[in-house]
Design a protein around this ligand. Structure first.
Ligand SMILES: Nc1ncnc2c1ncn2[C@@H]1O[C@H](COP(=O)(O)OP(=O)(O)OP(=O)(O)O)[C@@H](O)[C@H]1O
Length: 844
């Protein structure tokens, strides 16, 4: 692998061998329908793996179950076997009641006897799974999609005749539960609900889905059905408790993966520093992870290895494929044809063609975004290259799991990007390879999610007192009282009733994002090249941006957000473009405020604005050609935040030589640099990390950048010179975001933060932590209520982390819009100590 690297370079920082394992098989269960077994055998499954039978048996026997095993461990078969067996058996039973002696396949227009529902987080994944079930062609099984793409003319047929309906939470919410009367037959016979890739239901979206599943259960019960839930998940911590929280019913977990796995070698790779080039302010730069990945991918293709490279951005995937093709074409132009890019935003038929080509071996190298992480049946590759940490350990293992054929060893290369988080990981392999996978967090009791969900539930069916428990008991009662006050529901002795003829469903967004996709269209030909998320359009298709599609390069002429159109023309310039974005927060109203002698803690409404103000054109070497200003609209998010302010006296050293008021603004301006703008606004979450570990409680010395000045400072003050304040606040903000999920049961993706040494609305140094969703989701309230334990845990997490100057486990944030600069770990400990001191001294 290092054959192509110059001898003075030593990019590999660590190599780990992960042993392979042999498959453990089980007998086909006696209850399995012979037609289903025959169909699966025909598809090459000679015998099921033990975990598949274990999970399938739970489901068949009516126990709610979650199967949480590795990539390509056959989770689909684990739910297909019981569901298809039940569907086939149901149809047979009907045939025998009718007295037909010959096993005739039921007509396409027969009414179903037993039905099942399949839910996937995305339409694309649902379509993949439907294709897989349909290809089995089990007699009596009428599987069909019911999603946004289902033509109106087909919808009636699906409702009346399909016995396995493939849909997604959005359609379940808007198109099925809202009109359940039209689905009466389907619900009456509903025997099984499959929730695929359930680990992706986290944060606000997860909380919505949790309540949606409770609504589904209630509607099914109304029609006399009590379906069994079968959940499939990537490997996560505590799958049973997660699945139980998601569905509201106790689930058993199957985690003992019996699928075979080839041995894998994991190499951690740090691109070398370049001697000939420096970055901003003369800082040394490393060869980019993308360029390094292109080279590794090209080498792997030359070796004939079927390889996937995961790149974090769509643009990066295009560039990496282009780079590998360029390298290969120098060796043999024909070889260049065996490399392609893959990402969402391609048209479905393009994606299918690419998947088939990779499976058949016609393509050897594919550079992809995480679009190939989930669900797609691509496994057993010779190598996987990860350019940058994908955000969670669950994602890391899911992507790495695409490599490894039984009997053959495979290679996984993790290439660090030039950022502190990745650098930390390649030098601390245990943090990557030995930590338990994090569990997804959701909170169905969140009042902001509960209110719209309860409105939908009441509109679907009047809600009785005895059903309240399903929706959170007392919390639900409070929310219903508010809805009654707003005259949306009416309380009667028998329960709560919807007052309007209109249904609330269309108004309730369950993903916390919204808006139509932006179409990218070639102006000359009118050809649609792909789509872009509206939240990220200003970043990816601003006027002047170089937009890549399948290796072809386009330049954007016009972006019209109103009509949802970006017009481009084909052009292949020798530069790339990088947008510059500023993020700001302003206080709209302060609802709660507590003063604690120099520290105040507030809760209120804020406006978070981000704006792409220009872009840089760079040569591939990193050389900046120029900066072009842009006049694009601000993207704004009105939400809720918790914030604390600290007086200059408490932050600074004792007896400040300058007046406190002038000392703080003299620090570098961090209104832009101390922000984490890339948060929770949907569509462009480019990274993550698990929240930092909570400390052991031992007060280890914080070995931060520059010692915390112990001498010469006022009792209780942080003792920081002005230049350190921005970094200290920024580091404290990051760690607080990491720790809030402990108290607010949110996901760190659902929140964001801004820190500043002087904020114009508060007039002081301020750290904001805000909900990442319009209108807020209740997390800020929880932070406000738990301010002391939250900040104490934040401080402890930083103190107990043994790294010297800050790392992903303490003060670095993967979503920092500012590349984790400036960060002052010791300063953060000092600030938090001061804030906590004030809270405790002056608290109630
Ligand atoms: N018992 C088995 N024996 C041999 N092959 C199997 C068996 N079970 C499943 N497979 C094959 O393994 C591949 C992966 O299966 P599947 O896509 O269901 O895995 P998965 O766990 O859902 O993957 P992902 O991690 O992508 O969600 C498929 O090609 C499937 O046909």
């Amino acid at each position: 692998m290092t054959a192509g690297t110059p001898s003075r370079e030593h990019p590999v920082t660590h190599v780990a061998d992960l042993p392979g394992r042999a498959a453990r098989y089980a007998e086909w269960p006696s209850w399995a329908d012979p037609a289903v077994v025959a169909a699966l055998r025909d598809c090459g499954v000679s015998a099921p793996w033990a975990h598949q039978v274990e999970a399938a048996a739970h489901a068949y026997e009516g126990r709610h179950v979650v199967i949480s095993t590795g990539t390509a461990s056959g989770k689909s078969l684990a739910y297909q076997l019981p569901v298809l067996s039940r569907l086939a058996a149901g149809e047979k039973a009907k045939a025998s009641v009718r007295g037909s002696r010959v096993a005739e396949p039921p007509a396409r227009d027969a009414a179903p006897v037993v039905t099942a529902l399949y839910l996937s987080p995305t339409k694309a994944l649902g379509a993949d799974q439907l294709r897989s079930v349909s290809s089995l062609d089990v007699p009596g099984v009428r599987a069909a999609a019911f999603d946004g793409d289902t033509p109106m003319a087909e919808r009636d047929w699906v409702r009346a005749h399909a016995n396995w309906v493939f849909t997604n939470p959005d359609m379940l919410h808007r198109g099925i539960l809202s009109a359940h009367g039209r689905w009466a037959t389907f619900f009456r016979r509903l025997s099984c609900v499959v929730v695929d890739e359930c680990h992706s239901y986290r944060g606000v979206f997860g909380s919505h889905v949790a309540l949606l599943l409770r609504r589904l259960r209630r509607v099914a019960e109304h029609y006399g059905a009590s379906p069994v839930f079968v959940l499939a998940s990537a490997t996560t911590a505590s799958p049973a408790s997660f699945a139980s929280r998601l569905t509201g019913v106790p689930c058993v977990a199957v985690t003992d993966d019996a699928s075979p796995r080839g041995a894998r070698t994991v190499a951690l790779w740090e691109p070398p520093l370049l001697e000939e080039l420096t970055g901003e302010n003369g800082a040394p730069v490393r060869r980019s992870a993308g360029a390094e990945t292109s080279r590794i991918l090209a080498d792997l293709v030359l070796e004939g290895a079927r390889s996937l490279a995961f790149i974090r951005s769509r643009r990066g995937a295009e560039l990496a494929a282009l780079g590998a093709r360029r390298i290969l074409s120098e060796v043999d132009p024909a070889l260049a044809e065996s490399v392609a890019a893959y990402r969402s935003g391609y048209l479905p038929e393009e994606r299918r063609a690419l998947e088939a080509a990779l499976l058949s071996g016609r393509l050897l190298g594919v550079a992809t975004t995480n679009a190939l992480e989930l669900g797609v049946d691509i496994a057993g590759l010779d190598a996987v290259v990860l350019a940058g940490y994908p955000g969670t350990l669950a994602s890391f293992w899911q992507q790495a799991g695409r490599a490894g054929r039984s009997g053959d060893s495979a290679l996984v290369v993790f290439v660090a990007r030039d950022d502190p988080l990745d650098t930390y990981l390649v030098h601390h392999p245990a943090a990557l390879l030995s930590r338990p996978v994090e569990t997804a967090v959701l909170d169905p009791a969140n009042p902001y999610v509960l209110a719209p969900q309860l409105a939908c539930a009441v509109a679907e069916l009047p809600l009785t007192l005895s059903e309240l428990e399903v929706f959170g008991g007392a919390a639900a009662q409070e929310v219903l009282a508010e809805l009654a006050e707003q005259k949306l529901v009416r309380r009667r002795s028998s329960g709560w009733y919807w007052t309007s003829r209109d249904r609330p469903h269309a108004e309730v967004g369950i993903r916390g994002t919204g808006g139509e996709q932006i179409a990218v269209v070639e102006a000359d030909s009118g050809r649609m090249l792909g789509t872009v998320d509206p939240g990220s359009a200003c970043v990816t298709v601003h006027p002047g941006a170089v937009y890549l599609h399948q290796g072809s390069s386009y330049v954007v002429d016009e972006l019209d957000l109103e009509t949802g159109l970006a017009l481009v023309h084909a052009e292949n310039p020798d530069w790339t473009t990088t947008p510059r974005e500023i993020v700001d927060i302003s206080v709209l109203s302060t609802q709660e405020k507590q003063d604690y002698g120099g520290v105040s803690v507030c809760l209120g409404e804020v406006a978070v604005t981000s704006q792409v103000v220009g872009y840089l054109r760079r040569r591939p070497s990193g050389e900046v050609l120029d900066h072009t200003p842009l006049d694009l609209p601000e993207q704004s998010l009105r939400t809720r935040a918790v914030w604390y302010t600290v007086s200059a006296e408490l932050l600074g050293p004792e007896e400040p030589r300058r007046s406190a008021r002038s000392a703080v603004p003299a620090a570098p301006d961090v209104r832009d640099s101390g922000t984490d703008g890339e948060v929770g606004t949907g569509g462009h979450r480019v990274g993550t990390e698990s929240a930092g570990p909570v400390g052991t409680g031992e007060e280890a010395p914080a070995n931060g950048r520059g010692p915390v000045r112990e001498g010469g400072r006022a009792p209780g003050s942080a003792g920081l010179v002005p230049a350190r304040i921005p970094g200290a606040l920024h580091a404290a903000e990051h760690a607080a975001i990491g720790l809030l999920p402990l108290f607010a049961t949110c996901d760190r993706w659902d929140i964001g933060g801004v820190s500043t040494a002087w904020h114009e609305d508060t007039g002081e140094a301020t750290v904001f932590v805000h909900d990442g969703h319009p209108g807020g989701a209740g997390f800020a309230e929880r932070g406000y209520a738990a301010i002391v334990p939250w900040l104490a845990a934040t401080r402890e997490a930083i103190v107990s982390c043994e790294c010297p100057t800050g790392c992903p486990s303490c003060v670095q944030s993967p979503k920092c819009g500012n590349g984790n600069e400036p960060l002052d770990k010791a300063g953060a400990v000092a600030v938090l100590g001061t804030v906590l001191g004030a809270l405790r001294q002056h608290g109630p």
